[in-house]
Design a protein around this ligand. Sequence first.
Ligand code: IPM
Ligand code: MG
Length: 370
Amino acid sequence: MEKRKDAVTMELHIVCIPGDGIGPEIVREAKKVLEAVARVYGHKMIFEDILMGGASIDVHGVPLTEEAVTRARSAQAVLMGSIGGNTSTSPWYKLPPNLRPEAGLLAIRKELNLFANLRPAVLYDELAAACPLKEEISSAGFDMLIMRELTGGLYFGERRTVVENGVRKAVDTLTYDENEIRRIAIKGFDIAMKRRKKVTSVDKANVLDSSRLWRKVVEEVAAGYPEVVLEHMLVDNCAMQLVKDPAQFDVILTENMFGDILSDEASMVTGSIGMLASASLNDSKFGLYEPSHGSAPDIAGQDIANPIATVLSAAMMLRYSFDLDAEADAVETAVKQVLKDGYRTGDIMSPGCEQVGCSRMGDLLAERVN
Ligand code: IPM
Ligand code: MG
């Protein structure tokens, strides 16, 4: 039965990238949950699949085709599983770097201008036991959001490998202009306004020029948000603080490479990387949503992966790309309810709970959407 007869029926055009490894399984379950949302709230989901990563290499010889980009661009949002395989054994990694699975992901980020990467790291009450930190630290709980710049810096700077006087030499360039810094800082402060109103801007301003500019521009942006408390933190210290006192963080605002590293650290500190969602946004409502974890090729196809991070990514999609806050809340509540009811996938299993597979977890979540 439809929940809100008065509500406007929306058509949600979503391009899915099942990808590699466990990607197809977890995306299937997220679609199941989105279909449940559509039923309960009276919307219509229009799904379309495109290939990216290894799956695209196998069919087209390249990790992302122009056509796939065009189709992604024509949708309102993209829901991705995961891409890539085992880097030591998969034949994809014998290809030149620009033809490997990850190149597809970097290309779609750039093509769609997805400069703002949001990675929440939350300690769920029900999973607190999985947190690897000492209890005196974890008992304070934590709920942070890493806002990572995603289309600049070292990832997209000029690079080359040369031989000079018989010596091999590799160069990567780290460049940021003030506009790139400003737009991500604005996103960071905007989101802080909806949270606990604190921004920790992370840089290496004691060494890098790009970080010194980062700090200046972030301060200029901060002037427009008097309610938000801004602090600066050096990246090495931040790596330490994440394990020493994670509760201090609300929004961590940082550049591409630092964000890549710190977000892996933050996810590990939760002890449940299978639960962590992410969103990559451009300047409009368009976004690409994907779990923070990788493609786990070792457990692919066994129906044991945890689909919750992908389901929570779909919730972020409802919130940020479609402004469907009630629907996003309903999905997040379903996740909490499933945990309360004692169901777990293998990665988050604890004594006294019932272990279920990927597909059953999807069913349990879909049943709880209301
Ligand atoms: C991530 C991943 C990617 C990145 C890789 C797969 C290129 O580690 O999304 O964090 O470094 O951005
Ligand atoms: Mg990473």
